[in-house]
Design a protein around this ligand. Structure first.
Ligand SMILES: C[S@@+](CC[C@H](N)C(=O)[O-])C[C@H]1O[C@@H](n2cnc3c(N)ncnc32)[C@H](O)[C@@H]1O
Length: 218
């Protein structure tokens, strides 16, 4: 994929558009630095597939930013299965006032997350290497986020023990998320969770909105 690729040029134009700059405000430069590092190194380091490079802003960065309105009162946030840093690095950049735990088992990926923390000066980030289950009982946060990690029933088992009572799990999902609710009922009940709510995420410049599922732990 070269820089002359028309899709990549269109995605870069979206990323530098006025509305995207306005959305990220005074944190835009850090978001753009993350995007650039992902563009240059992401495929090489096995963090994103080659087809994702020309649509980083559209499919990944803006999609991940859709969790932000659901984190407004959280002061501690955990991102389960952060991988390339989605949405965890976006959250950490946009919420410097919150402690952000990035939980990821793969060494190659945690090395990347440590590097981002240092290069972007994200003092609020704690990278936790390991499976989410390994941290059950070790710490609790106000909100746990995740994107593309597991089906809701499995995800709830992994994530809800990390959420304090009264806190929330905020999941970035595809359009068919409603189908995942029934199979997850038993585990959601075991955490006295609220009925899951489904939201359409933010849209910026006509980017297809993401679906967000939110559950409160009882
Ligand atoms: C498909 S990737 C998604 C990464 C990132 N959230 C994104 O949207 O690009 C799933 C990630 O979840 C991580 N993962 C798998 N099982 C996990 C577990 N039990 N606890 C924490 N992370 C897990 C994987 O190592 C991988 O990085």
């Amino acid at each position: 994929m070269t820089e002359q690729d028309p899709d990549q040029l269109a995605d870069a134009a979206l990323g530098s558009s006025e509305s995207v700059r306005a959305f990220f405000g005074d944190r835009y430069d850090a978001i753009a630095a993350f995007a650039e590092k992902l563009r240059v190194e992401g495929e090489l380091r096995g963090l994103i597939g080659p087809r994702e490079v020309p649509r980083l802003w559209e499919r990944h960065l803006l999609n991940s930013a859709a969790v932000l309105p659901h984190l407004s009162t959280a002061t501690s946030i955990g991102d389960v299965g952060s991988g390339a840093g989605l949405p965890g690095i976006i959250v950490a950049i946009m919420r410097p006032d919150a402690q952000v735990y990035l939980i990821e088992p793969m060494e190659r990926r945690t090395a990347w997350l440590f590097e981002l923390r240092d290069e972007l000066g994200l003092e609020n980030v704690l990278v936790k290497r390991g499976r989410a289950e390994e941290y059950h009982g070790a710490f609790e946060v106000d909100v746990v986020t995740s994107r593309a990690v597991a089906a809701l029933s499995k995800l709830a088992r992994m994530s809800l023990p990390l959420v304090r009572r009264g806190g929330e799990m905020v999941v970035l999902k595809g359009r068919n998320v409603a189908q995942e609710i029934e199979p997850a009922r038993k585990v959601l009940r075991s955490f006295k969770s609220s009925e899951p709510e489904i939201f359409e995420g933010i849209t910026v410049d006509g980017v297809e909105p993401t679906t967000i599922l939110r559950v409160r732990r009882g």
